[in-house]
Ligand binder design. Structure first.
Ligand SMILES: C=CC1=C(C)c2cc3[nH]c(cc4nc(cc5[nH]c(cc1n2)c(C)c5CCC(=O)O)C(CCC(=O)O)=C4C)c(C)c3C=C
Ligand SMILES: [Fe+2]
Ligand SMILES: [Fe+2]
Length: 344
């Protein structure tokens, strides 16, 4: 067997123009694991309502963060791929779940190099059906339909691996050193509460009542909320943060269903109103900086904080192509290459 690795991230539009953003959002939001309602209702909602107005607004937001080399998420993911490739002896390809850099092309690129044993690496520390699961399900379908002779193995969520927590904590520490924030907010991308219940393998554990996620359960292997709360807890422990000086919130909600709470925008506003003048924010659901961190947090979040009297708002960058993160991913990959087991 010849081994190879496929890193997979979310994807971005081809350009920040409304027509490209519309195409991208159409593919993204028509995914049954993202907007998880029956096909006809989903098509009516996405094509009949969301795609009529959102592409223009989202394109304006993308224009504010777009780099001359392209979408930050794509450019950063490519830098990560290139750096990891230098530290491992097997081919490393990169694909996106949505947009032009398809998973099908990514697998084909590896197969063209003789690879028949692929480590599929979703670039998400926490499991969610809208992220990790949609990648693994699509990859398996592609394998079944087009590449029946190859083997694909997936890297599971790595939210609680001690070496990951160490790299994340060190990165946060290095960015807030000297800033002395009164409060450190851990902001994770939100998901509808319904998604948490759907991913509950016990069918009865997740009540989203505040306690289920801190009560030991088999459900936690696939509970996004538990995994986010664990990252906060483990990093806070590692950094020795005092109770009350940090908290968790969820950003980027879409539509009218209840999403995981508390919401980030309201939390920033509340902190400012409570007299916090100096805060920092970290976004550990994202491995690469993207629209949701560079615009929604670093721009909109900062504006909200300043409007309610806040003075200093520090955004901690994602791990991106940080050397320690590159080394960590490379170690996991090298472990898989030599020991035949998924490293994390
Ligand atoms: C980090 C994990 C992510 C989860 C979980 C997630 C769930 C989720 N997202 C939407 C809707 C949108 N997300 C959008 C952008 C976006 N989302 C993630 C990651 C997660 N999403 C990233 C990394 C990005 C940025 C992409 C980029 O190009 O930089 C967008 C598009 C932008 C916009 O119009 O606001 C939408 C829409 C849903 C509905 C969902 C769970 C159900
Ligand atoms: Fe999203
Ligand atoms: Fe839970």
């Amino acid at each position: 067997m010849k081994k190879g690795v496929l890193l997979v991230n979310l994807g971005s539009p081809d350009s920040p123009e409304p027509k490209d953003v519309k195409k991208y959002l159409g593919e993204f939001l028509m995914d049954e694991r993202v907007i998880d309602i029956p096909y006809v209702a989903r098509a009516l909602l996405v094509r009949g309502i969301i795609l009529k107005t959102r592409p223009k607004a989202s394109a304006a937001a993308y224009k504010k963060i777009w780099w001359k080399e392209g979408s930050p998420l794509i450019v950063i993911s490519e830098r990560l791929q290139n750096k990891v490739q230098k530290q491992v002896d097997v081919p490393v390809s990169l694909a996106m779940r949505y947009g032009s850099m398809s998973i099908h092309n990514g697998i084909q690129e590896l197969v063209d190099q003789g690879v028949n044993d692929i480590l599929l690496f979703p670039l998400y520390p926490q499991f969610a059906m809208a992220t990790t699961e949609t990648i693994t399900v699509l990859a398996e379908k592609l394998r079944h339909d087009f590449f029946p002779d190859i083997n694909i193995e997936s890297v599971p969520a790595f939210y609680n691996k001690p070496d990951y927590i160490e790299v994340l904590s060190n990165s946060i520490k290095s960015h807030i050193e000297g800033e002395n924030p009164q409060h450190l907010l851990f902001s994770y991308h939100g998901v509808p509460e319904r998604h948490i219940r759907k991913s509950d393998v016990t069918n009865s554990h997740c009540k989203i009542d505040g306690n289920c996620c801190v009560t030991s359960s088999k459900a936690h292997e696939f509970c996004y909320r538990h995994q986010c709360l664990e990252v906060t807890r483990l990093v806070a422990e590692k950094l020795g943060l005092k109770e009350g000086t940090y908290s968790t919130s969820f950003q980027s909600r879409l539509g009218f269903d209840p999403w995981l709470q508390p919401y980030t925008d309201r939390t920033i506003e509340r902190l400012g109103k409570q007299g916090i003048k100096n805060m920092a924010i970290v976004t550990p659901a994202f491995v690469s900086d993207c629209l949701e961190t560079l615009e929604e947090i670093a721009m909109e979040g900062q504006e909200i904080f300043h409007e309610v009297g806040g003075k200093h708002f520090k955004t901690v960058p994602c791990l991106n192509d940080d050397d320690a993160f590159v080394t960590l991913l490379s170690q996991w990959i090298n472990h898989w290459v030599t020991s035949e087991t998924v490293a994390v």
